[in-house]
Design a protein around this ligand. Structure first.
Ligand code: PMP
Length: 353
């Protein structure tokens, strides 16, 4: 606490990201991709004329947005890019949810939403998950005044994904406020709601290059939605930072989007490894929630989450443990390479013996 801090800063509860250790560990704690980005990324960086760094980047990120638009079959005016999807989410909170009414959100979801809500003074109306640890879509759409609805599909940290019909049913009920679907993990087996943006002008879909495109270190995220929603985001962006996406990030993002073959190969590998890991954990007695993401959420009936977390850590394996009452017994395990998951399962065999 400092005398120099404003009251608002004193009251913040910042998001705590997973560790980025300096020593070599098997890192299964922040849902990064174990495979390298598309080969075209290295080439583009190697050939980049360094002299261009003298110049500011294009404030509208047009070239990147054109590639994004053609990749998703939408118009450029329906795309927005930012410095990681966290930033895009922050802009969305400011643009749409600061309306003096509660924002409907699942009680267990991405833990940055409450942080932004606190930062921007948005009240959250939290809806418990159902008995299968799934987002309760009916509850999210329940009647009442609201500033909007936000949820992740697949959800984090559970990994469950709803089919598009369930999202469409919600969109048919919530028509007057923005429904934000955070698709950070969609490429690992879920269906994207982008296909519905032309029919629902209040639907905003966000995504990231951090997971399925192996670019967490670059900081690039996007939103796709009707041009009026995108304009709302642009108004916030242009009141905060004209250039959230730098020249190198744009270039690299374009290369990553162009290489569909590499993209498909990596995500299919992750999906196959996820399913193998799920079976192996189940054989060890774990309850593993069905996942359409690049992580598994699992708990053991006889071993506490905190103890398993500590045991793995001692063996140089980092996973994520959430110290909250509801999630205390679970571990969130990012899917790494097959070799990394072999080491992880071997460690689990010892710890659960
Ligand atoms: N949404 C969800 C559900 C996430 O788990 C994450 C990653 N922590 C993000 C958004 C943000 O991703 P990034 O800022 O790296 O694009």
């Amino acid at each position: 606490m400092s005398q120099y801090w404003s009251p608002a800063v004193r009251d913040l509860t910042p998001y705590i990201p997973g560790e980025q250790p300096r020593e070599r560990v098997i890192k299964l704690n922040t849902n990064e991709n174990p495979y390298p980005p598309a080969p075209g990324v290295s080439q583009a960086l190697a050939q980049y004329p360094t002299d261009h760094l003298r110049l500011y980047p294009d404030p509208t990120s047009l070239a990147l947005r054109e590639t994004l638009a053609s990749r998703y079959g939408v118009s450029v005016a329906e795309t927005f890019v930012g410095n990681g999807s966290d930033e895009v989410l922050a802009f969305a909170f400011q643009a749409f949810f600061c309306q003096g009414a509660p924002l409907d959100v699942p009680s267990i979801t991405y833990s940055f939403y409450p942080v932004y809500a606190n930062l921007y003074g948005v009240e959250l109306r939290k809806h418990p998950l159902n008995a299968q640890w799934e987002v309760d879509m009916d509850a999210l759409a329940s009647a009442g005044e609201r500033s909007g609805v936000i949820f992740a599909n697949p959800n984090a940290p559970t990994g469950h994904a709803h089919p598009l019909e369930a999202i469409e049913a919600l969109l048919q009920k919530v028509t007057d406020r923005v429904v934000l679907v955070d698709e950070a993990y969609v490429d690992f087996g879920a269906d994207s709601a982008v296909s519905m943006i032309s029919r629902y002008p209040n639907l905003l879909v966000t995504g990231t290059f951090s997971k399925s495109r192996s670019l967490a270190g670059l900081r690039l995220g996007y939103a796709i939605g009707s041009s009026e929603l995108i304009e709302g985001l642009q108004r916030v962006k242009d009141s905060f930072n004209s250039y959230p996406v730098d020249s190198l990030a744009s270039l690299v993002g374009i290369e990553a989007l162009k290489d569909t073959e590499h993209f498909d190969a990596c995500r299919n590998n992750v999906i196959a490894t996820r399913e193998r890991t799920r079976q192996r954990l189940e054989r060890l007695g774990f309850e593993v929630l069905p996942s359409k993401a690049n992580f598994l959420f699992a708990q053991h009936p006889h071993h506490e989450g905190a103890q398993l977390f500590a045991g793995l850590r001692e063996r140089g394996i980092l996973v994520r443990h959430f110290n909250t009452e509801a999630l205390n017994n679970f571990l969130r395990i990012t899917i790494g390479t097959d070799d990394e998951m072999d080491s992880f399962i071997e460690a689990m065999e010892t710890l659960c013996a």
